[in-house]
Design a protein around this ligand. Structure first.
Ligand SMILES: [Zn+2]
Ligand SMILES: [Zn+2]
Length: 235
């Protein structure tokens, strides 16, 4: 027999849950919450209440309690940036980042960045960790150094060819200090620009601005690297 769940491509437990949800009292509100969390996979469930009173009369101006919400909770998007944790929130974040970086490159007058910045000097740079030892990889059409053509999703990709000699400590230290290294990079870059322009740092700060937009990513070998847009706004 072909039951309803099989026809819908669901297992019976999921179909039962769906039917129970769709038939429940607060379904419209649940749908509203799901829409407002952007389809978050694992929303944060808030419980509590808030009351706003007039400071003079003590009159209640506004009150809200999650008691009136379906299941007694208010759902908020988790906001996780990793697609493996929450595809919906990671997608939203990627879109936000795209618009932010784009505005920094070509301008967005509606958000206070004039179009004229598109002619300012800028660099798109990738800042990558040094080698901690050779790892299994897919160097174009050639085989890996181990002699194998690894498939794209091979679990050994990014792992050391020789675990005995791989600088694990260096790799861990790199990741641990990545945000400090980035911070020092921005400090030294500003210093270097001032020096080359023959200005003191203070004078350079008053006459120009160096703006950074960066995204941190894990490489296959597990090392953090940065993609950065660096823009120079001069006098
Ligand atoms: Zn989420
Ligand atoms: Zn290999």
């Amino acid at each position: 027999m072909t039951d309803a769940a099989t026809m819908a491509g669901l297992d019976p437990a999921t179909l039962n849950d769906l039917l129970r949800l769709a038939g429940s009292d607060g379904f419209d509100r649940i749908q509203d919450q799901i829409r407002r969390t952007g389809g978050c996979t694992d929303p944060i469930r808030l419980q509590g209440s808030t009351v706003t009173r007039d400071a003079v009369t003590g009159h209640v101006l506004h009150s809200y309690s999650t008691d009136t919400e379906p299941g007694g909770v208010l759902r908020l998007a988790c906001g996780n940036r990793r697609a493996s944790r929450c595809p919906a929130c990671a997608w939203t974040y990627a879109g936000d980042t795209y618009h932010l970086i784009r505005a920094g490159l070509v301008g967005d007058p509606a958000k206070g960045t004039p179009d004229t910045i598109r002619d300012h000097p800028r660099v798109f740079a990738t800042l990558t960790a040094p080698s901690f030892g050779p790892v299994h990889n897919r160097p174009g059409t050639r085989p890996c150094r181990c002699g194998t053509h690894h498939p794209e999703d091979a679990p050994e990709l990014g792992t050391p060819l020789d675990p005995e000699s791989y600088d694990y400590a260096g790799a861990v230290l790199w990741n641990n200090h990545a945000s400090d290294l980035w911070r020092y990079f921005t400090i030294y870059l500003r210093r270097e620009i001032a020096k080359r322009a023959g200005l003191t740092q203070k004078a350079a700060r008053e006459q120009s601005r160096v703006s950074f937009g960066k995204v941190a990513e894990y490489q296959k070998r597990g090392a953090v690297h940065f993609h950065a847009v660096i823009r120079f706004d001069g006098p």
